[in-house]
Design a protein around this ligand. Structure first.
Ligand code: FCB
Length: 452
C-alpha cells in the first residue's frame, strides 16, 4: 500500500486541558473550580486522585513546550482555566492568571507551535456552580463576558479559538449521570444546562469575533461518534438516528443553523427545552471550523423504557478494546468526518482529539514501547487520509494527548499520552508512539501499512 501523503501546512498537534495537566490549583490567586471541589470529595475519583499537581504544567510548561517542538509538532491545543482568570467567574480579573497563559502562548509562538485555545474544558468556577451551575441561564452572559476578557487579552497572539470542549459530555455526565463534576443527577437540569451552553456558545463566539483582535477562526470541539443500530430493524435504525441527532448535533445544528435537531421520541424539542423568544438568534453563530473529538463508535438499540430518546447504548461487538474498554473501530473517524462534510458543506474540519489509553510504562531499557498505541494511531490517521481522499476538507489532527495526565473520574490510571509521565518525580519519557508521531509530523507521510 502506498504511503498516505498529507498536504503541506497540515497541522500535527496535540490536545490537552487545563485541569488535566496544570496543577497549581490554588496558586497565584486562582479560584476553586468544580473539578477541584469534585476531586477533593471522597469517593468521586478512583484512588482519591486529584488534579492538585497533575503534570505540574503550571511550572513546567516551558520544558513541555520545548519537548513538543523537539518532536516537530506545529500546533497545540490548550484550554484556559476560567477560575484562574476570573476567580469568581465574573467581575474581577486575576492578572496573574492571564499572565500565565500569555507566557505559555509566547513560548509556543517562539517555537513555531500554533496555539489553539479552548475557553472551557470543564473547570467551571465553583462560585458559579454555587449559583446554580449551567442549568442557570445567567451563566451564558458570564461566559460571554469571560470570552471577551480573554479574547482582548490574548487575541493579539491567539488566532484560533474553540468556545467549548465537548459540550454534550460535561452537561450530560455532569448534571444527569453524575460521573463528572459537579456530580449531579437530574435529567431536567441537564437539558436546561445544554440550552444555557448553546446560548453561551453563540454569545461567546460573537464576543470573540467582536473583540479588539480579529480571530482567524472560531469553532468548538465536539464529542462525536457515528451511531450504528444494533440490528437492521426499523426501530433500531430510527433510534440510531435520534441518538445521532442528540449526541452529535445538539450543539452543532444550533450554532450553524439556529435550530435544535428533533431527537425526542415523544413530542418535539420545544416540549422539553425552554426556548425563550430571541434565544435561537443568540445561539446561531456559524462556526469557521468544526472540531471533531472522536475515540470510538456508538451502537444503540430502541428502548421504549427510556421516555426521552427511546434509546439504549449497546456494547459493540468488536473484540479489540483499549484499556478504557472503548472498542477500537478506526473507520468511525472517516465515517464521522464524511458525515460532517456532507451535513455542513464548505466548513473546514479539524480532528481536535483522537487517541487511546494503554498503560505501558518504562521497560528495563528505560524505553516505553507502546506498540498498541502506534497501531491505533496509524489506523485512525489513515482514516483521516481516506476521508480527505473522498473529498473532506480536514486541515489538522490534534492527538490526545501529550503527557499522560489526570483522566477525570479515572484519575491517573488511564494513560493517553505519547509522553510517559511519572507522577511522583514528574519525569517525562517520550514513548515509542511519540517518536513515531514525530516522524509523521516531520514528513507528513503515513508510511506504514495498517497491519492489524
Ligand atoms: C475526552 C476529553 C478529554 C480526555 C479524553 C480521553 O472526552 O475531552 O479531556 O479526557 O476524552
Amino acid at each position: 500500500m502506498a504511503p498516505i501523503s498529507f498536504p503541506k501546512g497540515f497541522l500535527w498537534g496535540i490536545a490537552s486541558a487545563s485541569y488535566q495537566i496544570e496543577g497549581g490549583w490554588n496558586e497565584d490567586g486562582k479560584g476553586e473550580s468544580v473539578w477541584d471541589r469534585f476531586s477533593h470529595t471522597p469517593g468521586k475519583i478512583k484512588r482519591g486522585d486529584t488534579g492538585d499537581v497533575a503534570c505540574d504544567f503550571y511550572h513546567r510548561y516551558a520544558d513541555d513546550i520545548g519537548l513538543m517542538a523537539e518532536l516537530g509538532l506545529n500546533a497545540a491545543r490548550i484550554s484556559l482555566s476560567w477560575p484562574r482568570i476570573m476567580p469568581a467567574g465574573k467581575g474581577a480579573v486575576n492578572q496573574k492568571g492571564l499572565d500565565f497563559y500569555r507566557r505559555v502562548v509566547d513560548e509556543m509562538l517562539a517555537r513555531n507551535i500554533q496555539p489553539w485555545v479552548t475557553l472551557y474544558h470543564w473547570d467551571l468556577p465553583q462560585t458559579l456552580e454555587d449559583a446554580g451551575g449551567w442549568p442557570n441561564r445567567d451563566l451564558a452572559e458570564y461566559f460571554r463576558d469571560y470570552a471577551g476578557v480573554v479574547a482582548d487579552a490574548l487575541g493579539d497572539r491567539v488566532k484560533h479559538w474553540m468556545a467549548f470542549n465537548e459540550p454534550w459530555i460535561f452537561t450530560i455526565l455532569g448534571y444527569h449521570l453524575g460521573i463528572h463534576a459537579p456530580g449531579r443527577h437530574d435529567i431536567g437540569d441537564a437539558i436546561k444546562a445544554t440550552h444555557t451552553v448553546n446560548l453561551a456558545q453563540g454569545m461567546a463566539i460573537k464576543a470573540i469575533r467582536e473583540s479588539k483582535n480579529r480571530p482567524e477562526a472560531v469553532g468548538t470541539a465536539f464529542s462525536m461518534s457515528p451511531v450504528h443500530p444494533e440490528t437492521g430493524s426499523l426501530e433500531d435504525r430510527t433510534a440510531a438516528e435520534r441518538w445521532h441527532r442528540f449526541y452529535n448535533k445538539w450543539f452543532l445544528d444550533t450554532v450553524m443553523h439556529g435550530k435544535y435537531p428533533e431527537a425526542y421520541l415523544n413530542g418535539s424539542v420545544e416540549d422539553h427545552v425552554e426556548i425563550r423568544a430571541g434565544d435561537m438568534d443568540l445561539i446561531k453563530a456559524p462556526l469557521d471550523f468544526i472540531g471533531i473529538n472522536l475515540y470510538t463508535r456508538a451502537v444503540v438499540a430502541h428502548d421504549s423504557s427510556d421516555r426521552y430518546m427511546g434509546v439504549k447504548q449497546v456494547r459493540p461487538g468488536g473484540e479489540e478494546v483499549t484499556e478504557f474498554g472503548w472498542e477500537v473501530y478506526p473507520q468511525a473517524l472517516s465515517e464521522m468526518i464524511l458525515h460532517v462534510t456532507k451535513d455542513y458543506p464548505g466548513i473546514p474540519i479539524y480532528v481536535t482529539e483522537n487517541g487511546c489509553s494503554y498503560g505501558d510504562g518504562p521497560g528495563a531499557d528505560g524505553k516505553v514501547n507502546d506498540q498498541r498505541r502506534v497501531s491505533f494511531l496509524r489506523r485512525f490517521i489513515a482514516e483521516v487520509g481516506h476521508a480527505m481522499k473522498a473529498g473532506a476538507d480536514v486541515r489538522g489532527y490534534f492527538l490526545w494527548t501529550f503527557t499522560d495526565n489526570f483522566e477525570w473520574a479515572e484519575g491517573f490510571q488511564q494513560r493517553f499520552g505519547i509522553v510517559h509521565c511519572d507522577f511522583k518525580t514528574q519525569r517525562r519519557i517520550v514513548k515509542e508512539s511519540g517518536h513515531w508521531y514525530a516522524r509523521l509530523a516531520r514528513s507528513g507521510a503515513l508510511d506504514f501499512d495498517p497491519v492489524i
